[in-house]
Design a protein around this ligand. Structure first.
Ligand SMILES: Nc1ncnc2c1ncn2[C@@H]1O[C@H](COP(=O)(O)OP(=O)(O)OP(=O)(O)O)[C@@H](O)[C@H]1O
Ligand SMILES: Nc1ncnc2c1ncn2[C@@H]1O[C@H](COP(=O)(O)OP(=O)(O)OP(=O)(O)O)[C@@H](O)[C@H]1O
Ligand SMILES: [Mg+2]
Ligand SMILES: [Mg+2]
Lengths: 259, 259
C-alpha cells in the first residue's frame, strides 16, 4: 500500500504546490517511487514539474469524468527518476458540473486510485489541492491517509488554521476514518523578523498539533522554481531550500513509520 | 453612481485582500466614502479590518440567501472615517448550495447592491474575492465596473494571468458588458532580486494591459497588518507600504476619471 499524503490549506499562496513538488522530489531522490497528483485546476503542480497544462491530452479531469478507463493512462513520467505525475489542466474546474450522477461523487478519486495496481506500484502518492474545501479537495481527503498543512508566516494563514482543522475533522467523521494530520510545515519564514519568530513560537504552542522541526525559509530560489518548472532539489541542489525539503522528507519518513 | 472595483485572481496569496484593504483605506483617507465588500468565505477582509468573523451576526451570506431584506442591514462602520464594511464569515461557502432557485444566481449581489440607495451613499465600492472563479467571484464580476489584478512576483501568478483574462472576457460577454480591466498591480516585489526585476519587465511588455507605476514591495509590515487587523495606512502611516498604497489610490483615481 502506498503512503498517501496531501497538502491542504484553505488559505491561498501558503506553499502547498511548492511543498508537494519538493517533498515529492526529495522522496524520489531517496529511492522512493512517488506519484504526484495535481488536483488543482490552476495546474501549478503540472507546470511546476515542467509540463504545459494546455498541451497535455489526458489529465485527471478525464479520470474524474470517467473518460479514461484507468488512471494510469494519464500518468506521465517526469524528468526525474522515481517521480511520476498525474497532471491537471484548467478544465478540471468544470468536472464537477459535468458529472451525470451525484452518487459517490466524493469517492471518485479514491476509487480510481484503488484500481489497476496503482497502490502497489508506488511507495508514496502526494496530492496538491486548490485553496478551498470544495469538490476536488474533498475527493482528496477521501483518498488519503495523511494531511500536511503548510502554514505561511501570516495572520490570515494562522486564523485560517481553524477551518482546515474543522474540515479535516469533518472528513474523518463522514468520509475517511483513517485520516490523520501528519503535521504543520512553517513556510515563508524569515528569522530576521520578530513577526516570523513570534508566529513560529505561537504555532509550536498549539496543543495536539505536530509542527515539523524543518522550516522553509523565504528565498528567491523558491520563486524562481515556479517559473523554471524544476524542483529546487535539482534547480539549486545545494541550496538551503533543497536541504530543508530533504530534511522535511526525512521527518515525514520517520513520522509515517512511527504512526 | 459609486465606482465599483474588485481584486480578482485565480492564484492564491497574491495580495487581493491586502490590496483591497489598503486601497480602500487610502481612498477613505482622501475623503472618499468607501464600502469594502468581503466576498471570500475565508473572511480575511473582515478580520483584516479588525472584526472577528465568527462573532458577527449579519453578513453578506445573509444578503445572498435573502435572509435580510436590505444589504445595509449588514453594513458595519469601521474604526476609520469614511470606511464601511459588508462583512463575511466562513458560512459564506455554503450559500450557493442553500439557494432555492437557480434563477439569476449570478446577479444576486448586483441586485442587492443596486437597491436601498447604496450606490448614492458611496463614492467607491471595493470587493475582495476568493482565489477561484466560482459562484462568489462570478457574482462580483456581474456587480462591478472595474477589475484590479494583483500579480505576485511568481511564475504561477504570471502563468495564471491567462485564466484571469479569459474569465473577465467571458464575464463581459455573458454577464456584464461594462466590465473593464483597470490594471495590474505588481505585489511582493523585491527589487534586490533579478527575478522581480525580470518579472516586472515581462509584465510591462504584455500588450494592451495597463501595469500601474506603483509597485507594492515585499515588506514585513504587510505581514504584520494581517494579524493586527489594521490597514497599513494607519498601522505604519509613514512606511513605504503606506505611501505605495496612497500612490496606487492616486493612480486609480486618475484612471477612473480618464476612462
Ligand atoms: N519559501 C518560499 N520563499 C519564497 N517564495 C516561495 C516560497 N515558497 C513558495 N514560494 C513562491 O510563492 C508562491 C506561492 O507558493 P505556492 O504556489 O506553492 O502556494 P500554494 O499554496 O500552492 O498557492 P495556491 O493557493 O494558489 O495553490 C509561488 O510562486 C512560489 O514559487
Ligand atoms: N507586499 C507584501 N509583502 C509581504 N507580505 C505581504 C505583502 N502583501 C501581502 N502580504 C501578506 O501575504 C499574505 C498573502 O496576502 P493576501 O492574503 O492579501 O493575499 P490574497 O490574494 O488575498 O490571498 P487568498 O488567495 O488566500 O485570498 C498575507 O498574510 C499578507 O499579510
Ligand atoms: Mg498551489
Ligand atoms: Mg484574500
Amino acid at each position: 500500500m502506498a503512503i498517501t499524503i496531501a497538502c491542504i490549506s484553505g488559505k491561498g499562496g501558503v506553499g502547498k504546490t511548492t511543498t508537494t513538488i519538493n517533498l515529492a522530489a526529495a522522496l524520489a531522490e531517496r529511492g522512493r517511487r512517488v506519484l504526484a497528483v495535481d488536483c488543482d485546476p490552476q495546474s501549478n503542480l503540472t507546470s511546476g514539474l515542467g509540463f504545459d497544462p494546455y498541451r497535455i491530452p489526458v489529465t485527471i479531469g478525464d479520470v474524474f469524468a470517467g473518460r479514461v478507463r484507468s488512471a494510469p493512462d494519464a500518468f506521465l513520467s517526469t524528468h526525474w527518476e522515481n517521480l511520476w505525475l498525474l497532471p491537471a489542466k484548467p478544465d478540471l474546474s468544470a468536472v464537477e458540473n459535468d458529472l451525470n450522477s451525484s452518487l459517490n461523487r466524493e469517492l471518485l478519486l479514491r476509487d480510481a486510485l484503488s484500481r489497476d495496481g496503482i497502490q502497489a506500484s508506488f511507495d508514496f502518492i502526494l496530492f496538491d489541492t486548490p485553496p478551498n474545501f470544495g469538490f476536488h479537495t474533498v475527493n482528496v481527503l477521501a483518498a488519503i491517509r495523511y494531511v500536511l498543512i503548510p502554514v505561511q508566516m501570516s495572520g490570515y494563514a494562522i486564523k485560517g488554521l481553524k477551518e482546515v482543522l474543522r474540515t479535516v475533522h469533518a472528513a474523518r467523521q463522514r468520509l475517511n476514518p483513517e485520516l490523520r494530520i501528519l503535521g504543520i510545515v512553517a513556510t515563508f519564514v524569515n528569522l530576521r523578523t520578530n513577526f516570523s519568530r513570534d508566529m513560529l513560537e505561537g504555532l509550536r504552542e498549539i496543543p495536539n498539533l505536530t509542527v515539523f522541526d524543518t522550516i522553509i525559509k523565504l528565498t528567491v530560489k523558491l520563486q524562481e522554481t515556479s517559473l523554471a518548472g524544476i524542483p529546487v532539489t535539482s534547480y539549486a541542489a545545494s541550496s538551503e531550500a533543497a536541504l530543508a525539503y530533504r530534511s522535511l522528507a526525512d521527518e515525514v519518513l520517520a513520522q509515517v513509520w512511527a504512526l
